[in-house]
Design a protein around this ligand. Structure first.
Ligand SMILES: Cc1cc2nc3c(=O)[nH]c(=O)nc-3n(C[C@H](O)[C@H](O)[C@H](O)COP(=O)(O)OP(=O)(O)OC[C@H]3O[C@@H](n4cnc5c(N)ncnc54)[C@H](O)[C@@H]3O)c2cc1C
Length: 474
């Protein structure tokens, strides 16, 4: 594996972080129309097309892939195992040694959720995905939170990994209209993002000022110490390099993180959009609908994009850091920023979705959205509204996103129906990706614990194969 391909070791990410979701799964629960104003029931005939109950979606998987997915999901169905999987993995690694541990993990958990380590392994996984009608959204598993900041050299290494990700994303035949994910805190210190967020309450940071800094002007940002200003300028230049390399090749989706730094991340992302999204959305922002103010944040950014005349790319998610946001609010005596219930979050999600779909139907070139969710109701709702509003399934304005190895019954069915579907794909060595996987497992534990339907469909397909072997009939 090239050193650029390999993200830096992330051992510190094994430190326990509180996040994830706590909602009991009573799936599917469509929020009642009374609490979710603006919901259109849509065309029931179209909805029926997307029941996600056809085990045929799994015919493309090998027997081993079916068995592997069933075993991994079985493991993930135990909340205690998921909660402590980081510690369990560390103990197993210490007992088995690096090679022994890799021998055990590589064909199982790693193969389920990671594309591979070398460029040729990644290409093989991506070619397979592409043959199933799925598109890649590569993700370099690098991220930092408060107290984990490292020197400028480390951020430059991260820049090199990201540029490598841009190159891999668009270098092959499998990469039709590719996307990649980017975490700003891999390139700019989280502490600085927090400081900027609090400064933004008093100072106005103009998008043009950031654009000029990206262009190399030695701007002095109000409220920052000299060393912070220097680091900010370097960080903006790093982001500029990634965007320059991506334009007309790869769409860069900037992740949303914690509320104590999101305003700064959004400001930076909007400035990148202003510079690079004149013709099309090459830079996208993420909106976390579990936040009570997510609707107003989205509306404000729509207004900004209109005022500054650039295209807006939106990744719509529910949000991954609920437990930590709530814990922090509780500790600090702040109002909980997260909606009170899963149903409220669903309402918020589908409401924001409707706003964007309406805008897209009026002006498809100006707005683009990725419906990044495993929630069948939101996916179905999108498909219905697209039909009602006359938005093309693969017209480039609306696409869907799920994590690699999760909810394939949703992704494959959508792809078979002609929708554009992306899988978020981490890559790297076992050591590099495992901490990232542990985090994702904990963030998505309610999704993982709720995928009973996927397990049932996998089992059905497995039984069908055994029957076919024994009797010759399906
Ligand atoms: C391609 C892709 C990119 C992503 N990028 C990001 C990102 O940049 N930033 C980010 O934060 N997340 C991101 N996520 C993760 C996402 O936010 C969700 O954590 C994850 O997808 C689960 O939500 P869901 O809609 O798939 O599933 P669902 O099961 O429908 O929803 C689970 C989610 O609902 C919310 N929820 C659960 N219980 C409650 C409750 N009691 N009260 C209020 N809300 C509740 C939580 O957000 C929880 O994650 C991404 C996901 C994908 C697939």
């Amino acid at each position: 594996m090239s050193t650029l391909l390999r993200p830096p070791l992330l051992h510190h990410f094994l430190s326990v972080r509180l996040r994830g979701t706590a909602a009991p799964r009573t799936w599917p629960v469509e929020p009642p129309a009374a609490t979710c104003r603006g919901h259109d029931p849509g065309d029931p005939a179209q909805a029926a097309l997307l029941t996600f109950e056809d085990p045929q979606a799994f015919r493309v998987k090998s027997v081993w892939e079916l068995v592997r997915a069933l075993s991994v999901f079985r493991f993930c169905s135990y909340p205690l195992l998921v909660k402590h999987c980081g510690k369990l993995m560390s103990v197993a690694r210490a007992m088995l040694g690096r090679r022994g541990f890799s021998f055990f993990v590589r064909p199982t958990v790693y193969a389920q959720f990671v594309a591979g380590e070398t460029e040729s392994e990644i290409s093989t996984s991506m070619e397979k995905m592409s043959s199933l009608g799925l598109r890649p959204m590569l993700a370099v598993p690098i991220e930092e939170d408060l107290g984990e900041s490292t020197g400028e050299h480390r951020y430059d290494n991260n820049l090199a990994s990201m540029l490598e990700c841009v190159r891999i994303s668009h270098s092959s035949t499998w990469s039709k209209d590719p996307m990649m994910q980017l975490k700003i805190t891999a390139l700019i210190r989280p502490e600085l993002c927090v400081k900027l967020t609090s400064l933004m309450k008093e100072e106005h940071y103009d998008l043009d000022l950031l654009v000029r800094a990206m262009n190399g002007e030695p701007i002095s940002f109000p409220g920052l110490l000299e060393s912070e200003n220097t680091h900010f300028l370097l960080g903006l230049r790093r982001l500029d390099k990634i965007a320059q390399a991506s334009v007309n090749k790869v769409r860069v989706l900037v992740d949303a993180e914690y509320t104590y730094m999101n305003p700064a991340l959004s400001l930076i992302t909007m400035a990148m959009m202003k510079k690079f999204n004149q013709e099309s959305s090459w830079i996208w922002n993420t909106y976390q609908c579990y936040l009570k103010d997510s609707r107003s944040l989205l509306l404000e950014d729509i207004r900004l994009s209109q005022e500054h005349s650039f295209c807006l790319g939106v990744k719509l998610v529910r949000g991954a850091y609920m437990d930590k946001e709530r814990k922090l609010a509780n500790q600090e005596g702040w109002t909980d920023p997260v909606h009170q219930s899963w149903e409220d979050t669903n309402c918020s999600y589908n409401g924001s979705l409707d706003i964007l779909l309406n805008l897209i139907s009026q002006n498809p070139g100006r707005y683009q959205i990725i419906v990044a969710t495993h929630n069948e109701n939101s996916v179905r709702h999108t498909a219905i509204r697209m039909g009602v509003l006359g938005i093309q399934r693969d017209g480039g304005s609306v696409c869907f996103g799920q994590l690699l190895g999760m909810c394939d019954h949703v992704s494959l069915t959508l792809a078979q129906q002609g929708f554009a579907v992306y899988k978020s794909v981490p890559y790297g060595s076992v050591d590099d990706t495992l901490p990232y996987l542990v985090r994702r497992a904990q963030e998505n534990r309610t999704v993982l614990q709720g995928i009973r339907k996927e397990r049932d469909l996998l089992r059905q397909e497995l039984r069908r194969r055994i029957r076919h072997r024994l009797t010759g009939h399906s």
